[in-house]
Design a protein around this ligand. Structure first.
Ligand SMILES: CC(C)(COP(=O)(O)OP(=O)(O)OC[C@H]1O[C@@H](n2cnc3c(N)ncnc32)[C@H](O)[C@@H]1OP(=O)(O)O)[C@@H](O)C(=O)NCCC(=O)NCCS
Length: 175
């Protein structure tokens, strides 16, 4: 396995649009999402424009040692943010770097959320069957705050909600 890289977040630009569609359409990411169809380029372009025009949504590209490796989306609400992310599964698997990059992206996300972005809380959701994601979040201090059932392409699925406050994050950080 590769060593844990240094990941930094930067705001997405239109040059990132095609790579983000490619990453989002990977089978692994679709199966982790709440809609699993292959997203067409025009559907993606419309979504991209909506996100760019929305002051509450902040789309970032995670870069590992300068290379784009994933997407991190913050959606401001109530002094905190709803957060979702996915990675370049193909590219990172080819480099045997998926897990270390995922860990580094989570660290960069928390540093950004509770640093420059100034959020009081970060919240996320994942399918219950995606237990590896939930366990990793728990290792970073997230706690499960609830769950609900929703339809995912015609199938009922359990979705787990998790959250971490800035105060709890600072308490856990090494001095
Ligand atoms: C996987 C994950 C990113 C899915 O994100 P999401 O925003 O909830 O995605 P959804 O599938 O619910 O999409 C929400 C809406 O945006 C649309 N959308 C999302 N990304 C889009 C894109 N790139 N282009 C077009 N539409 C898009 C969806 O079609 C959906 O539209 P609808 O509300 O009209 O149905 C999110 O659940 C998450 O962060 N999970 C935990 C982390 C994880 O498992 N990551 C993947 C591992 S690599």
């Amino acid at each position: 396995m590769s060593p844990v890289p240094t990941v930094r977040l930067r705001p997405a630009t239109d040059d990132d649009r095609d790579r983000v569609l490619r990453w989002r359409n990977h089978e692994v990411v679709r199966q982790a999402s709440f809609t699993t169809h292959v997203i067409a380029p025009d559907e993606h372009a419309a979504w991209w424009s909506r996100v760019a025009a929305d002051d509450a949504r902040h789309l970032h590209i995670a870069c590992a040692d300068g290379e784009p490796v994933g997407v991190v989306l913050f959606d401001d609400a109530g002094g905190g943010a709803d957060w979702s992310f996915y990675l370049d599964v193909d590219g990172l698997e080819a480099r045997r770097a998926l897990l270390p990059t995922w860990i580094a992206t989570e660290i960069a996300t928390l540093d950004h959320a509770f640093g420059p972005a100034g959020y009081a809380e970060l919240r996320g959701e994942a399918l219950a069957k995606n237990s590896a994601v939930i366990k990793l979040h728990e290792r970073f201090g997230f706690t499960v705050t609830g769950e609900y059932r929703r339809d995912v392409d015609g199938e009922p699925e359990t979705v787990v909600r998790y959250a971490l406050t800035a105060a709890a994050y600072r308490e856990e950080e090494p001095a």
